[in-house]
Design a binder for this molecule. Structure first.
Ligand SMILES: Nc1nc2c(ncn2[C@@H]2O[C@H](COP(=O)(O)OP(=O)(O)OP(=O)(O)O)[C@@H](O)[C@H]2O)c(=O)[nH]1
Ligand SMILES: [Mg+2]
Length: 450
């Protein structure tokens, strides 16, 4: 996980403060020394660290903290606020033109993830913002670059505009914008060529494209894994092009995180999105506040809630709760739940978002066995509708058939049915306890839904 070592160092520092009834200036100084080292080690820009620590210290040592009731907590809050501020404060959204189409230029060094991000962004715009994007192939230099974008377009079912390799990128971009107007497409995403280093030829071409197409947004794509270099690259691109936003890719890798923390402070340009993987749905809007609390180990509860809400609609959840209470939960519901869980993303990732989870011993190495899940699902899918609704009818010959149909063993089928029955029993018991407590006027809460 990205930020892992920074997060654990900061958390260790603050664990010492958290318990304190009183925090002295010396405590703060000591903690800040540790914070400073942790940030530097995470590859955060030197000057950014210096300013950051100075700001936190000033606020933390001030009256505001020392007179408060839980000073330890207050210091952590100051750090949280300042970290959030460092990354841009609020969320910076993608530009929308008053008159469509909104033109977005994607720029960056070779291999940063421009083309992939262009595809992801189109997918995001259509899926989350209900827009009609057009992908534009302006990388005429790298062999197969056009093809790469066309493949993504096909996969996403989003149109791709290309004119081959003989027409200049600027002309292609112009023609694409005209085409988008004609077709009433509202976003034009221009994928440009990358270079190994920042060179005059590349910048000249990008400046010309900017001049002529007047983009509403110039998104610089940088690879988070490159640490300080990412920030230097951002600075140069910003000097030359006045970029409007940054997309930080490969945050799913184990980057130390320095780039995410320095980019805004150094360039004045906010991070708008982060790339969390190679797949087309692995692009997330960047929320500085959530990232800060994630680094400080408060868990990205908001992201978690949002993910869950997106997938499970409330009425369904209510119905499910009712079923659980009355132990009417069937294997059909079970399948549906599993589909929801899967849609929310890899289980390890979800667990990582829960407060405290990333701190638990062994969590780092925990790999939820997706294969075991697949087998469970196969078993349930091999049941007839009747069996799914009334598991009690599944006798031994049916078990054999289910095992065969799902490519598993009778033992596995037995185990699953046993677990399922146990769960139903448990549900019944909780319901009884809840009813009793209610009669007594007690405050018992159903454990799964509070
Ligand atoms: N893990 C991970 N890989 C990514 C991410 N974004 C891009 N990649 C991978 O990075 C590699 C390069 O991505 P491209 O999109 O081709 O990069 P580019 O900037 O267009 O490269 P050029 O066109 O050669 O300049 C590909 O293998 C992508 O799958 C990300 O967020 N996470
Ligand atoms: Mg590319």
């Amino acid at each position: 996980m990205a930020f892992e070592s920074l997060a654990s160092r900061l958390q260790a520092t603050f664990d010492k403060l958290r318990g304190k009834g009183k925090v002295t200036e010396e405590d703060v100084t000591k903690a800040m020394r540790e914070v400073r080292l942790a940030l530097l080690e995470a590859d955060v820009n030197f000057k950014v660290v210096k300013d950051f620590v100075a700001r936190v210290k000033e606020r933390a040592v001030g009256q505001e903290v020392l007179k408060s009731l839980t000073p330890g907590q207050q210091v952590i809050k100051v750090v949280n606020d300042e970290l959030t501020e460092l990354m841009g404060g609020g969320q910076s959204k993608i530009a929308v033109a008053n008159r469509p189409p909104t033109v977005v230029m994607m720029v960056g060094l070779q291999g940063a993830g421009k083309t992939t991000t262009t595809g992801k962004l189109a997918n995001y715009l259509r899926g989350k913002l209900n827009r009609n994007p057009l992908l534009v192939a302006c990388d005429i230099y790298r062999p197969a670059a056009i093809k790469q974008l066309e493949v993504l377009g096909k996969q996403l079912n989003i149109p791709v505009f290309s004119m081959g390799e003989q027409v200049s990128p600027v002309e292609i971009a112009q023609a694409a914008i005209a085409h988008a107007k004609e077709q009433h497409l509202d976003y034009v995403l221009i994928d440009t060529a990358g270079r190994l280093h920042i060179d005059e030829a590349l910048m000249g071409e990008l400046r010309e494209m900017k001049e002529i197409t007047k983009p509403h947004e110039i998104l610089l794509v940088v690879d988070a894994m490159t640490g300080q270099d990412a920030v230097n690259v951002a600075e140069s691109f910003n000097d030359q092009l006045s970029i409007t936003g940054v997309v930080l890719t490969k945050l799913d890798g184990d980057t130390k995180g320095g780039a995410a923390l320095s980019v805004k402070a150094v360039t004045g340009t906010p991070i708008k999105f982060v790339g969390m993987g190679e797949k087309m749905d692995a692009l997330e809007p960047f929320h500085p506040d959530r990232m800060a609390s994630r680094i400080l180990g408060m868990g990205d509860v908001l992201t978690l809630i949002e993910k869950a809400q997106m997938e499970v609609d409330e009425a369904k959840a209510k119905e499910l709760e009712r079923k659980m209470r009355h132990a009417e939960f069937t294997f059909e519901d079970f399948l549906e739940q599993m589909a929801h869980v899967r849609k929310m993303g890899p289980l390890e990732e979800l667990l990582g978002l829960m407060p405290g989870m990333n701190k638990m011993k062994g969590m780092k190495d925990l790999k939820i066995d997706e294969r075991a899940l697949n087998r469970v699902e196969a078993i349930v899918r091999s049941m007839t509708t009747e069996e799914k609704r009334h598991p009690e009818i599944i006798n031994s010959s049916r078990r054999k058939r289910i095992a065969k149909g799902s490519g598993t063993t009778v033992q596995e089928v037995n185990r699953l049915i046993k677990q399922f029955e146990d769960m139903r029993k448990m549900m019944k018991q909780f319901t009884k306890m809840a009813d009793k407590a209610k009669k007594k006027g007690g405050g018992f809460k159903f454990p799964f839904f509070s």
